[in-house]
Design a protein around this ligand. Structure first.
Ligand SMILES: Nc1ncnc2c1ncn2[C@@H]1O[C@H](COP(=O)(O)OP(=O)(O)OP(=O)(O)O)[C@@H](O)[C@H]1O
Ligand SMILES: [Mg+2]
Length: 505
């Protein structure tokens, strides 16, 4: 019967399936089976042994035994291990931080477990080794194995006892390379980390702000995203190159500054009319050096101790900016903070004194600092500030020249070559005082290059006319003053002559 057949068939197929297992089992040889059984029983015993040891021997003792055993075994091994801990006492260990940064670029997709994170200020994802994970690096043909370890140990038996955490890297390599690792490889790791960090660095601008809870001003920072660079800056190329070279020399000369006993800092005084690019130059320098900016508004500072605190809070690799010093630094006459009377000595507090103060503080605790002062009126500054050696470089930010105009024309209109109107513009610029800010504003008015240039030429012509009229008016005024004085002078000399004549001989 069909149903019977089908039943038979199915039973035969299920039995053939059923028969597969005994068959495959039967292919394992007796020796393999016994090896498997032995392995299983050994690992079970080991696990049992481990749990007994864990129960009977407390963790600190276990760790001690383990380190003694490792120490004994190290004599038989041709390998050496360097331990790089997160803290050196209570201070962060710079080598640990650098290793972490360096290894974040070394982890490969083959690394089994990685930690991925991103802080708000970071540009990209940051990768870190997870606990117990390793990565192999190679340097000058030598293989170096890094391993990250995290340990947490409870101090005491109470539920609220402190948990002591320990993080470290283990760097393992062949013993014969230990000199090379200490003298070349680890310095290379430090240097690489510095480069990686400076590339990934998001710049910040720090300004003074006070919270609701305190009358004191503190640095508050936001992301610094000013687009100004030395390429976009409209300056004569000679001046631009000189500034860039000066900055490069400053960065190179760490050892020089130490040798001559100076703090590793450089001061720039930028002076010129409004809109000539002083603030833009500060931003371009920050972007070039990848230094944070600290914008110090002196009028907010009431006491010397407040100022000292703020200056000590400034990080290395930074630019301290004091804008419009001619306006902000009539320090001796500043309003007094309530309850903070200035001593007689404080009243002598001048900008020059402030800079001395910064010198003293920074020579003992700061590195790679730049201080920039800006002013519209150099003539009005304290002569002590202008004396040689006070600010290292005085930079005159002048009205727009033809070279500067070409940079702006390229930035704003994409003009690279010579255009028809350039001849007129060159001539007009020579006799006209127009700031780069005014030029930029005019060039932004029109997307079409020719139309924008036409507009700019008429602006220059009008400015020239106004300047000429102003000049004429000034000359006329001078003449009038001179003439109004002359009759008086004549009158005086006449009177004098008369008196002389009246005097008896
Ligand atoms: N030399 C320059 N190169 C490029 N752009 C400039 C230059 N000077 C001025 N500008 C443009 O004009 C704007 C104002 O310039 P900036 O604030 O740098 O002038 P400033 O000299 O600091 O003026 P102030 O004395 O009023 O502070 C900038 O945002 C920039 O667009
Ligand atoms: Mg400015």
């Amino acid at each position: 019967m069909p149903s019977c057949n089908s039943n038979n068939n199915s039973s035969s197929s299920s039995s053939s399936r059923f028969n597969k297992f005994p068959k495959s089992f039967s292919t394992i040889s007796p020796s393999a089976t016994s090896a498997f059984t032995t392995y299983a029983s050994i690992s079970a015993s080991l696990m049992l042994f481990r749990s007994i040891v864990n129960d009977l021997i407390p963790y600190p003792l276990r760790r001690h035994i383990w380190s003694v055993l490792s120490y004994l075994f190290s004599f038989c091994s041709d390998k050496q291990t360097i331990v790089i801990e997160q803290y050196d006492g209570i201070k962060p260990n710079h080598v640990y931080n650098a290793s972490e940064v360096y290894l974040s670029t070394k982890v490969s997709p083959e690394t089994e477990r990685l930690k991925v994170s991103k802080r708000l200020k970071d540009k990209g994802l940051s990768l870190k080794l997870d606990n117990g994970q390793s990565v192999i690096d190679s340097f000058q043909g030598v293989e170096l194995k890094w391993r990250y370890v995290y340990e947490a140990e409870k101090k005491g038996i109470r539920s609220d006892s402190n948990i002591v955490e320990r993080r470290y890297f283990k760097l393992r390599f062949k013993r014969k390379y230990s000199d090379m690792v200490l003298s070349s490889y680890l310095p290379f790791v430090l240097k690489s980390a510095e480069l990686i960090e400076s590339e990934a660095r998001v710049l910040k601008i720090h300004t003074l702000g006070n919270s609701h809870f305190s009358w004191k001003f503190k640095w508050e920072s936001i992301k610094f995203e000013h687009p100004s660079t030395f390429e976009t800056l409209a300056l004569d190329s000679e001046l631009k190159n000189m500034i860039v070279e000066d900055l490069n020399r400053f960065l190179r000369r760490k050892d020089f500054y130490r040798k001559v006993g100076r703090s590793w800092k450089r001061g720039y005084l930028l002076y010129g009319p409004p809109g000539t690019g002083k603030s833009s130059l500060v931003a371009a320098m920050a972007n070039y050096l990848k230094f944070d900016i600290y914008d110090l508004q002196l009028e907010n500072i009431k006491t010397d101790s407040e100022l000292r605190e703020l200056l000590l809070d400034i990080a290395n690799k930074s630019i301290l900016v004091i804008e419009d010093i001619d306006c902000s630094v009539n320090l001796p006459d500043r309003p007094q903070a309530s309850g903070h009377k200035r001593s007689g000595q404080d009243k002598q507090f001048t900008l020059s004194g402030l800079l001395n103060f910064i010198d003293g503080l920074w020579s003992s605790c700061g590195e790679e600092r730049i201080i920039m002062l800006t002013t519209n009126h150099k003539d009005g500054l304290d002569p002590a500030l202008l004396r040689p050696g006070r600010m290292d470089l005085h930079i005159n930010m002048s009205y727009c020249t033809m070279q500067a105009f070409r940079v702006l024309a390229s930035n704003y209109l994409g003009i690279e070559g010579e255009l028809r109107l350039f001849g007129d513009i060159k001539e007009l610029l020579e006799g006209t005082k127009v700031t780069p800010a005014q030029v930029a504003e005019e060039l932004m008015k029109n997307e079409d290059a020719d139309a924008a240039l036409e507009g700019f030429v008429s602006l220059l012509k009008q400015k020239k006319m106004e300047d000429d009229e102003l000049e004429k008016a000034e000359a006329l005024k001078k003449l009038e003053i001179k003439e109004s004085r002359e009759p008086k002078m004549q009158h005086k000399s006449l009177k004098k002559d008369q008196t002389m004549a009246e005097m008896p001989e």
